[in-house]
Design a protein around this ligand. Sequence first.
Ligand SMILES: [Zn+2]
Length: 283
Amino acid sequence: MKRQIANILTIDVEDYFQVEGFDRIISEADWDRFEIRFDRSLEWLLQILDSARVKATFFVLGWIVERHPHWIKEINRKGHEIAVHGYTHRRADTLTPEVFRTDLLRVKELLSNLGITEVSGYRAPSFSLTASSLWVWDILKECGFTYDASLSVKHFAAGGTPWARSDPGPQECQTAAGEVLTVFPQAYWPWKPPLPFAGGGYFRLYPYWVTRRGIAAWNRRGVPVTVYVHPWEFDPDQPRIRGAGPVRQFKHYVNLDIHREKFARLLLEFSFLSCREYLRARS
Ligand SMILES: [Zn+2]
C-alpha cells in the first residue's frame, strides 16, 4: 500500500551527452552531432506517470526546448509542470549574474513561444548552487520565479547551509535582498557527512531499500522528499562515451539496466506530486 504523505517528483530533461560528467570531453558546440535519445525514455516516463496517475515537474534545458518543442508541448499537455534547467548545462556557479539572467530569460521566452507561460521553478545543472552563487535566488525572484530546486547538501555540508530548517523538506528561504523563495532541497541521510539518496547516481548506485528507507524515514517525520531522475538514466542502450575518466564513467553508467524497475517500484510504494501541485496544496 502507498504511504500517505506526498513526495515531490522532478525530472531533469537533458540527453546523455549533455551531463556534467562528460563536459570536459564534449563541448556544447558538438551537441548537434550526437544521436538524440531522450525522446524514447521520455515517452516511457510519460506513460508510466500516466499509469501511476502522477504529475511531475520537468526541468527542461532550453537547448532541448528549441530543437524538440513538440516533446515539451506533450509534457505540458499531459498536465505536468514545465520548469527551467538552464539553456545549456553550464553550472550556475560558473556564470556571472548577467549571463545567468540572459540564459534564464532565453529559456522563459522559448517556453512562452510554445504557449507555456506559467513557469515558476528553476534547478541549476548538477545542483550547482554554492555559497558563492546564492545571488542566483535574487535573479530568480526578479525574473518571476517563485521556487528553486538547486540546493545540494554536499555543497554546504562543511560551512553552514542556507536551509531555513535542517531537514530536506520544501521550505521558505531568504534571498540576499531579503525576498522569500521556496526551496526544494536535495534529500539526504542526516549522517556526517550527509548523504544524498533520492535521485540521480545515488538512487541508481544504492540498493532500492536504501532510497526507500530514506524517503520513509523523512516521511515519518512529516517531511516530503524531492526525488529527481533524468530520461537518460532509463536508457541502458545509450552509446558509451569513453575518455571521461573511471569515476565519471562509473557514475553515469552504473545500474542503468535496472533503473526502470527501481523507478516503477518507487511509484508503486510512494505518492508523488509536482512542485506546482505541492505549492498549490500548501497555500
Ligand atoms: Zn542536469
